[in-house]
Design a protein. Sequence first.
Length: 129
Amino acid sequence: MGAFAQYLESHGIKPEHLARISERIERAGDEDARTMAARAKARAEKKSYAELTLAKPASGRGVSLYKISEAMADRPLPKRVRAKLLRAVRKAAKGEAVEAKALFGDVARRKGLRRIADATKKAGQKKAG
């Protein structure tokens, strides 16, 4: 049993409950709708988001039960999924300070396909050169 699974078990948090909390936290609200409209307007006017100091809206998608089960099995997860899980666990822990290191242990985060391709390309160049 991994660090994530042990944490959930010791605090009595069910994976289904965690998925519902994540869905509720990540849901796009009124403020996000205004932000998305402002970003669309900025794109139409060809202005940068940084120039207008526009924040990123919420994704609108919570963490799935599949990703929670992956975390419980100590499999590498992308940075965004880990961040969503951390937010949901902090909400479920009701104010208890939860650190990512304590939650995920020594499990590395999963790299994206582009980074994997870049790493193999660099490794191939080193062998050839």
